[in-house]
Design a protein around this ligand. Sequence first.
Ligand code: C2E
Ligand code: CA
Ligand code: CA
Length: 386
Amino acid sequence: MNADQLLARTLLTALATGGVEPFFQPIVSLDDGHVLGFEVLARWNDPEQGFIAPDRFIPIADRFGLLDRLLDQLMRTAFSAAEDWPHHLFLGFNVSPTQLRNPELATRIAKAAMDSSFPLSRVHIEVTESGFIDDLTQPRRTLDRLINLGCMIAMDDFGTGYSSLTWLSTLPFSKLKIDASFVMAMEEHRQSRKIVHAVVSLGHSLGLAVVAEGVETPAQAELLRTMGCKLAQGYLFGRPMPAQQVPDALVKLTSATAVEGLLVPMSLELRAHRLSESYAPDAAVAFMDPAGTVVASSTAFDTTLDSNGGEVAGRHIWDLIGVTPDTMAELRASDLLDEPFPAFDEKAADGSVEQVHIRPVKDESSELVGYSVEFGDNPNPAGMAS
Ligand code: C2E
Ligand code: CA
Ligand code: CA
């Protein structure tokens, strides 16, 4: 017997003796931080081997045909635990594509819910597009039946599989979960940000609910919010937890201070950091907030103003170059009229005369967050955060 067979046999015993239990991870509204439901995740603590990660045992359970049994077990335990929780919360269960080929699956799910009097409208089914399935006839039938029973179907790990778009257009999904890998790379990589933004728009244009997975920082949450993403899941809001901890977590996540703490607006510094990627490394550029305080500047900008390169962040722009507080009002007006603010001349520290260009910086929802100030004749035309 090889290691995988041995693990499958141990798992079979664990399933029969309640050794695998459901953990619950909150899925929240990004508008106000309220919990809308939980994803149910399998946790297996073996008395001899200790904690065994789902990434290890789920593929084996799938290969040895144990996932239906696992799902049954998780559903029954989860439904009974959720009896006393607020009745609007949904529970999301993971189902593998192999399981969708089983014509009995919908009946089993319906039976587990009905036995616990748990409304099927609060049952969400997450399907991972793992591997390639050529014949979608039975999976489609299974999902249609689940929808007729009132369940909601989510496409899990969107963007990681071979044929996300084929699946999306062929199967009746009503929710799309953006894979954590894109969300986690968002702050660092412009490309990931663009992918997430595009997926949020794609989902909404298809009438789907969109959930961002793997949200760990307030900055990620804020970025998602500005992209119009409404739902999120991740360590920032709560790790997967045993059923006993759920009532406390619900209280904590609902309190106003918690929500404020989680959804702090993204700082202009962070935006400036992100924006500076779109400029040449030697560009003489600074970013100021709408009131004219410089929040970040490049070294080239600092030395253009002062050959000693003194720090300009934190100072008012009118203390640095030939603009006045009135200029800020003119800037605002030209932005409202959608007209470029005219470039003007400025004497640099080395005595040369250079043009200064000031442009509005907008966030993803076209809200003004500040301005870029750039020296040079041929400046970067990208004034928009993206
Ligand atoms: P998944 O469905 O994508 O579940 C989300 C995974 O991301 C979970 O890992 C969760 O603990 C983790 N996670 C959530 N938020 C964060 C975060 O902010 N940062 C990081 N780094 N990770 C986060 P977990 O529980 O280890 O499960 C791994 C995978 O195993 C799941 O991925 C799912 O595909 C599968 N799985 C788990 N339970 C079941 C189950 O009962 N049935 C089936 N078929 N698959 C399951
Ligand atoms: Ca999932
Ligand atoms: Ca996922």
